[in-house]
Each structure stands twice: as C-alpha cells, then as structure tokens.
Design a protein around this ligand. Structure first.
Ligand code: PBG
Length: 345
C-alpha cells in the first residue's frame, strides 16, 4: 500500500516518545493481570433478592413481562428462601400479589397479620435460616386504586397514610420481618415508623429507606407482577421524585438519616447511578440501589432477541452499581448471579 494522508508513516521512535513508557494496556494483557488490578468486586453478599407472593400452594406463576420471574405461593417461597440461603444471598425482599377481592380504598389488608407477606415471613422464619427478610411498607399492593397512600378525592393524604404505614410496619415485624423498607415516599414516615417500632419494643428492626425513589416508567413490569397496572388511577408524581432532580435526593436522604434510617436506597438503579454516587459520597451510609423490573425486562428482552449477551450484560450492570458506590443491589437477577459467582469459584 502506498503511503498517503490516511496512513502516515509514523516511526516507532515517535510512538515511544509519545508514550514515554506509559502503556495502559500492559495491565490488561492477561486474565490474571486484569484480576490483579480489578478495583471493584461483586459478591453474593451484595445481593437482595425480591420475590413475589401469591395465594395458594404449589404455585409458581410466571410473570410474562419478567422472563424467569414467578409469583410464588408461600410454600414455594419457603423453598426459594432455602435456596437463597444455600446460595449465600443475605436478604429476600417480599412483595405480594393481593387477591382483587381483598383490595379496598384504604388498603386494610396491609394490616392483616395473616396477609400473604406476614404468612411468608412466619413460615420462612420457622426454618431458622441465616437469611434476612425485608418487607415493603406502602399500601399499593392492597389499595383498589393502586396508590401507595390513602386518597381523598385525587389527593394522597400524607399524615393519615403515615399512621397506617406505622401499623403496617409493626404487623410485618411482628410476623418476623427483619428490615422494613418504606417505599411510599410519604414525608416523615421513617421517623414515625422508627418511633412506633421502638415504642413497641422492636428496637432491633432495621429500616432501609427508599430515600430517593423517582416517579419512573421503569416500574411497569413490577406493577404487572403485583397487579396494580390495571387499577392505578393517575400517576405517583405527587409523592415520588421528579427524575430531573438530584439535590432533592440529598435532602430526602438527609431527612431519612436524621429520622433514623439504618440504610438508604436509590430507585430505579442504572439510570440513577449519579444519585447513588452522590448519596454514598455525601453520607457514607450503607447505600443500596434497586435494579427495578423495567431494567431487568430490558436486559432480558434484548437478550432473548439475541441483541445482547444477557449474562454479560447482567454482570456488567451489577458491577456498575458497585463501581458507583452501592453497598448492595436489589435485583431480580440475584439467584442467577449468586449461582454464577458460586460456579466461578
Ligand atoms: C411500590 C413499589 C414499586 C416498586 C417497589 N415498590 C412500584 C411503584 O412505585 O409503583 C417497583 C419495583 C420494580 O419495578 O421492580 N410501593
């Protein structure tokens, strides 16, 4: 090929001069070396596995918009809890698909000490596994309108909702929940729940606050899974955060920490890694991210079409959370990641 302007004849000595001995690729040349310089480690200890519950027994009902995810009857949830412990996953997060007949305007089923979540907590706790149970504090799985709080007309009532959430939290801890996860975004709920728990002598119950929870399009498949997509009236923008805001996330987290949160969380995950980073950097709290249903569905859908390598995308996405400073991730990939990590050993 003749030398022309597209292939200038640069000399080796010139390249050496430019690099001055600094070659970034040296450390990347072999697997052992890449491992040696790796900054971030993903471990099974970083995983929280969200599971969905449904009435019945022996039921594993697929959620179409979340390939590989199923709604589980309590007995099946117990089996998955055993599996989670065997895999080394530290925490399960429980979400119920409530029978339509049990949903009402005030979400009263949330206070039923025999509801799905409470029964699952009790059954799993009976086994004495080395695993934590996290329960969601919010009314949406139980309300006929699909909102996280009590409604008056089209307004969500903050303080009345908080009172209800305190009772919900007590009911869950009484059934065996270890970590209370308020996902409702009402003002003052962390402090109120802490106070209610302490008054009831439940001083050891932890609170992982959904501190920065955004009004997001990425919750769609989750709402299929718990059956609120069809019923939700309007949207959640008067309580969940505006995706344009980041300073506001700092204020939310600051309040939650002052009110007694033990751990804070950002949700959704990947589109909000800047928030994860800012919260971790600012508060140095145990900080978590929720890789939500829509994020999971996107990876699964692209993978099913052969457009991306699903397994690699899954691992890369989880590594990104760790790199951004997350101490752990709620992810529907949890059992698959745990399995992969175990086999890689
Ligand atoms: C509601 C709640 C939501 C999720 C967890 N708790 C959805 C919502 O706010 O409508 C979403 C989780 C996911 O999408 O995976 N309390």
């Amino acid at each position: 090929m003749s030398a022309d302007h597209r292939s200038p004849s640069i000399q080796q000595s010139q390249i050496d001069e430019i690099l001055g001995g600094r070659r970034m690729r040296r450390n990347r040349r072999a697997d052992w070396s890449r491992r040696l310089v790796r900054e971030t480690v993903l471990s099974v200890d970083d995983l929280i596995w969200p599971i969905f519950l449904i009435e019945g027994s022996g039921i594993r009902q697929p959620v179409p918009s979340m390939p590989g995810v199923e709604r589980l009857s309590v007995d099946e949830a117990v089996r998955d809890a055993v599996k989670a412990e065997a895999l080394g996953i530290p925490v399960l997060a429980l979400f119920p698909y409530t029978d339509d007949a049990l949903r009402d305007a005030t979400g009263s089923e949330a206070l039923n000490s025999d509801n799905l979540v409470c029964r699952a907590c009790r059954e799993i706790k009976k086994l004495g596994l080395n695993i934590g149970l996290m329960t969601d504090v919010a009314l949406d799985p139980y309300t006929s309108h699909g909102h996280d709080g009590l409604l008056s007309g089209d307004k969500i009532l903050n303080d009345e909702t908080v009172a209800q959430l305190c009772r919900q939290a007590l009911t869950q801890v009484d059934a065996g929940a270890d970590i209370i996860g308020p996902s409702d975004m009402m003002d003052g709920r962390v402090g109120a729940i802490r106070m209610a728990l302490d008054d009831a002598g439940m001083r050891d119950a932890q609170i992982m606050s959904y501190s920065a929870k955004y009004a997001s399009a990425f919750y769609g498949p989750f709402r299929d899974a718990i059956g609120t997509n069809a019923t939700l009236i309007g949207d959640k923008r008067t309580y969940q955060m505006d995706s344009a805001n980041t300073d506001e996330a700092l204020r939310e987290a600051e309040l939650d920490i002052a009110e007694g949160a033990d751990m804070i969380m950002v949700k959704p995950g990947l589109p909000y890694l800047d928030i994860v980073w800012r919260l971790k950097d600012t508060f140095r709290m145990p900080t978590y991210a929720y890789q939500v249903s829509g994020e999971f569905a996107m990876i699964e859908a692209a993978s099913a079409n052969g457009w991306i390598d699903g397994e690699r995308a899954m691992l890369e996405s989880l590594m990104a959370f760790k790199r951004a400073g997350a101490d752990g991730i709620l992810t529907y990939f949890a059992p698959r990641i745990a399995d992969l990590l175990a086999r890689a050993k």
